[in-house]
Design a protein around this ligand. Structure first.
Ligand code: ZN
Length: 322
């Protein structure tokens, strides 16, 4: 996907899910995109979303991925020991702390020298993750597995996290339908349950830190771990709790549906009232209860039969009706 740079400070702009506005993460400038750019991003999002509708076999997936990766950008980094690392990325996302590159088999985070301590914070936070002993869903696959770390010649640090080839940042899909978002909410509740179990608050939980696999209907939380803290930690005078993860879940779902905030969610032809009400609601006291509440909302929103079969074959149920 092509990058746009801020006219004010040169930073890489973050494109809104509607494809109409861009925001600079550094100087906070907002821009309305011109028609050409808006068309480009909408087309890109539509293409990513088309992956949902296919229960593509391996070969077809590969062909689509090759096609997509033909537009990837390359960047060369030189390590302190002289080795060169060539990063081919489909998408680049920059915030105040780092730049994240979406490569084919990994997400690569680059921290400038003055911010390199965040790479250690990332490792430390990930090591706090804990999984129930009866982990039948292989939950660890949906959280970072660090595959490498490198110090570059300029003092900056690269951290590589594994991902599967068909996982892409949630932002690359633009806005999603009610049914697709309902699927995503279930997966995000799952991620929040693991963080509840591990007593972790992830303040950056959202559209730029969550990666989804549109074929297998999975969601992983790979980014933002340098800011993760233990439950009940005070940050900038505010006590963070795992309920903040559940608030972020609601904001993320609302954003993906095209609402400016969870508070602004409302019933539409595509979004049943119980779903909109859930997004506006205060989270339950913990992720397990919140997930149970979501299960009820899902039945009220889309019916019992779909709920029962959801776990066995999401692709069939949620691949239709878009
Ligand atoms: Zn700027």
């Amino acid at each position: 996907m092509k990058n746009l740079n801020c006219r004010n400070c040169g930073g890489t702009m973050v494109i809104d899910p509607s494809g109409t506005t861009a925001r600079c993460p550094y100087c906070k400038s907002d821009y309305v995109l011109d028609h050409r750019d808006t068309d480009y991003y909408r087309e890109f999002y539509a293409r990513m979303k088309s992956f949902f509708r296919l229960s593509a076999d391996g070969q077809e997936r590969r062909r689509r991925a090759d096609d997509l990766w033909a537009q990837a950008e390359q960047e060369m980094f030189e390590c302190s020991d002289g080795r060169q690392i060539n990063v081919t990325s489909l998408h680049r996302f920059t915030d105040r702390v780092m730049t994240a590159y979406t490569a084919r088999q990994s997400v690569i985070f680059r921290f400038e020298e003055s911010l390199a301590e965040n790479a250690d914070k990332f490792r430390k936070a990930v090591s706090m993750l804990d999984y129930p002993s009866a982990d039948t869903r292989n939950l660890a696959n949906f959280f970072p597995i660090i595959s490498g770390g490198f110090t570059l010649r300029d003092g900056s640090v690269l951290l590589a996290v594994k991902k599967s080839e068909d996982e892409y940042p949630l932002r690359l899909f633009g806005t999603l339908s009610g049914r697709h978002t309902a699927w995503l909410v279930g997966r995000m509740e799952n991620l929040c349950c693991v963080m509840e179990y591990s007593s972790i608050v992830h303040p950056d939980f959202g559209i730029d830190t969550i990666y989804i696999d549109p074929y297998d209907h999975q969601a992983s939380l790979y980014g933002g771990w340098w800011n993760a803290v233990r439950n009940h930690t005070t940050v900038s005078g505010r006590v963070l709790t795992t309920r903040d993860n559940l608030k972020a879940l609601r904001e993320t779902a609302a954003q993906v549906l095209g609402f400016p905030s969870a508070a602004a969610a409302k019933e539409t032809a595509d979004i049943p009232k119980p779903f909109a009400d859930f997004l506006k609601s205060e989270p339950e006291s913990n992720a397990y209860d919140d997930f149970a509440k979501w299960d009820e909302v899902l039945i009220k929103s889309y019916g019992e039969r779909k709920f029962i079969t959801m776990d066995t074959d999401d692709a069939q149920i949620y691949g239709k009706g878009t």
